[in-house]
Design a protein around this ligand. Sequence first.
Ligand SMILES: [Zn+2]
Length: 149
Amino acid sequence: MSETDAATMLQKPIDPKLFSWPSSKPRLLGSRCNNCGTTSFPSQTSCPRCCSEDVASCELGTRGKLWSYTIQGFLPKSPPYAGEETAETFRPYGVGYVEVPDQVRVVSRLKASRAEELEIGMDMELVFEPFRVDDDGAEIISYAFCPVA
Ligand SMILES: [Zn+2]
C-alpha cells in the first residue's frame, strides 16, 4: 500500500453525493437536465425547472462569484449541524451562495469570518478541508469557498 492510499483511507467525504472524493482534482457534483439544460446542486433525480427525469450527473466549476452571504454568529442546532464545536469553542464563520458557471448557486461555508472580508460579486474559489473526525478516526472532508486573493 502506498502512502497516498493510507492517507486517503483516513478521509471520507461528508456526503459522497456532493463531490468527487478521493480525487486528485475533486469537484462538486451536480445534475444537468438533458431536456432544458438547467444545472442543479446538489444533484437532483428530476429537473426543478421542467420536471424532466432525463438528468445526468455533471461536475461543477471550481470558481465562482459570491452571490449573497451572512456571518453565522452562533452555534447551529445539532442535529442537523454535525460540527464538534461547543458553545465555548464555536467561532463565527461565513456562509453564502456562490454562483458557479451555468448559473448554479451553491450554498457553502465560506473561508471568511468577518463581513469586512466579503463583498457580493467577488471571485471565490472551491477548497476542500477536514470538517471533523468521526468515531473511527477518519477525517470527514467538506467543501468551502475561499475569497480569491
Ligand atoms: Zn429541465
